[in-house]
Design a protein around this ligand. Sequence first.
Ligand code: G6P
Ligand code: MG
Length: 223
Amino acid sequence: MAKFSDIKGFVFDLDGVITDTSVFHSQAWHQVADKVGAPWSKELEDGLKGISRMDSLEMILKAGNVSDKYTDDEKVDLATEKNTNYLKLVDQMTPDNILPGIKEFLDDLKSNGYLISLASASKNAPKVLSKLQLADYFPEIVDPKSLSKGKPDPEIYLKGAELINLNPEQCIGVEDAAAGVESINAANETSIGIGDPQVLSAADVKFNDTSEMTLANIKNQMD
Ligand code: G6P
Ligand code: MG
């Protein structure tokens, strides 16, 4: 693991880290799972975190053993329906949906001169950030359309570091998903996992929830 003093920037996941939208994604996917007759479980719910829209749909169809039952066009329709339902939930969001301590943490990063970028697989990330009134903190956002592979591949976290002109070793990546932690580790960045420590066992630094994530607590677990 890198030394805390080497760290110059933070690359953030969005859903489940900055805001509670992972619950909205789950709610909308659960509806799709019911529609196609796939069983919903905690494992499936956790496994979908950080996974792109179409890959998430494929995972749900696979869980229901119905991958071959839908044409490509029907799959696009199912994913579009999910996104429409998800966006209805996003539309009601306000800055109250920022997870505990995140605003303070971002302010602390800025005042200490750390660089910040966003590595979310979500095509809705700019919209969510603007609902939260946090867009100004994230001038650098990896465009998920530019990726050839999603999480757990390292590409998205490597791009997150590149956008702020840092080497991966100078960056900390922050995630709530096992696939995301894997992506950060494969990119050679230091990983913070927020949530169930068993699901996120591969993370270098672990917190149960966002309110515990402070520079002092990170330094403590690294040095
Ligand atoms: C994030 C979320 C996933 C979501 C993915 C794509 O990684 O954790 O749950 O499926 O983004 O999001 P989108 O908003 O583009 O469908
Ligand atoms: Mg996430």
